[in-house]
Write a protein that binds this ligand. Sequence first.
Ligand SMILES: Cc1cc2nc3c(=O)[nH]c(=O)nc-3n(C[C@H](O)[C@H](O)[C@H](O)COP(=O)(O)OP(=O)(O)OC[C@H]3O[C@@H](n4cnc5c(N)ncnc54)[C@H](O)[C@@H]3O)c2cc1C
Length: 458
Amino acid sequence: MKRRAFLSTSLLAGMTPRVLAENEPLTPESPGYDKARQLFNSDLSLRPAFILPCRNERQVAEAIGFANEKDLPVAVKSGGHSFAGFSMNEGGVVIDLSTCSQKVYLPQSQRLHAGPGAKLGTLYDVLLPHGRLLPAGSCAGVGLGGLTLGGGYGLFARQYGLTCDHLQRVRMIDGRGQVIDSEDDPDLLWACRGGGNGNFGVVTSMEFMTRPAPRVLGAQRFSASVSTPARAVKLMAVWFEMAATLAEPIFSAFILNGKKVTILLTSSYATSGPAFQRAVGTLRKAGCASKGAANSPLARALKRYYGRPGPLPFSNCSGGYYRGMEDLEGVAMQLAAKVAANPGLIFQVNTLGGAIARGPESAYPHRALPFLGEIQSYWNRASQRNKLVGAVKELRVAISEAGVKAHYRNYPDLTLENWEESYYGDSYRKLQGLKIRYDPHDRIRHPQSVRLEEGVLP
Ligand SMILES: Cc1cc2nc3c(=O)[nH]c(=O)nc-3n(C[C@H](O)[C@H](O)[C@H](O)COP(=O)(O)OP(=O)(O)OC[C@H]3O[C@@H](n4cnc5c(N)ncnc54)[C@H](O)[C@@H]3O)c2cc1C
């Protein structure tokens, strides 16, 4: 297989790292250090020895050479939204790609060329004026790099597929400091569609196909107060049954927060359509109230889901993938009681399925599972923290004990046992082979990066 060697580690070891000359590396003594190590999750405080801001491939290769010279581990940061802080480390090197954020849309090919540091909000600003869309997450500050490399779903994933399914070409500087282009090595594209987060290299550029953007986004929000866990569970069952039959342009979320259930429906078609109205009828019949539907121009509608700018303290993790309510049956009452007893604790389920199930063969292993749960907790006062962190873990363990084993890599959880299989399923062995090929000295790593294992063939 043809692979272009760009800058080898040994070459880099002998040269003055230009990244250091051009872009001052930040050390704990540097004035900008604390700002640069700030992650979206302000509950985390990690102190790397060096933060190397990199704008392009050459600077990344030199930064990896620098880390190899110093024999320090490398963490990779794009948007800094990792729940568990996998884009920062303690005492190592951080390659910070927040300024590697170019976004160029080519109308002829309808492709988007983007740097991993591009934030989702700015991406929509570039594509929507052309009437195009990259299906991605909704929060404006999330980085395209981390989102894509772990999967990436949002309001349009059922209609078009995951963000990573739209990736057509990718370039990466691997742990040896060599440039790998997926045009030469298709395994890289396979890996970066769901299995590329900080595992064996630094992705420096991505090329995506885009989709037609709907002119408007329809949305309707429902709510119901749930005075008992049994009522919450009943509504959850109604929602799962309704959501299983939704048309693909419709997305839905079920959110249990304290003693309140909120259900969101969005659609790329007008909310007056029969499929949307069927869902509305089911929710109304179940006792959910709504102020009515809104059909707004897409750019305006998306901004409603941009989220808080942060940083803010939280503890979130995957609640697992489900086939339907049957996977939560054994734990649903306990789950609802725990959320009611812990203000600040939220359990949310989002719809997947649709086009995701028909996506390309890739490292993302969960295509057959049409629902994804997320456990969230946010606090305003530090005194609330430990109770909420404990409640998140207890809830996740209870869900695991009920038999839910598959989890979303982009919703990581440090306390998850058997994370290799939970995140990657059958793809893990092949990812281990690629780890040996691209990063045989485990230069690129974080607490749940793909492990080197002897005997796995590259
Ligand atoms: C507020 C919020 C909203 C979210 N909404 C959604 C959503 O709607 N849909 C969804 O699917 N997910 C969502 N997520 C999860 C999100 O997809 C992940 O947190 C994602 O990994 C963040 O990417 P990042 O670049 O911002 O984070 P970072 O912390 O910079 O990186 C995350 C991971 O990716 C690795 N990585 C980053 N860049 C590179 C690179 N260039 N090369 C190699 N590895 C790299 C890092 O090492 C780290 O392991 C949300 C998260 C938050 C906090």
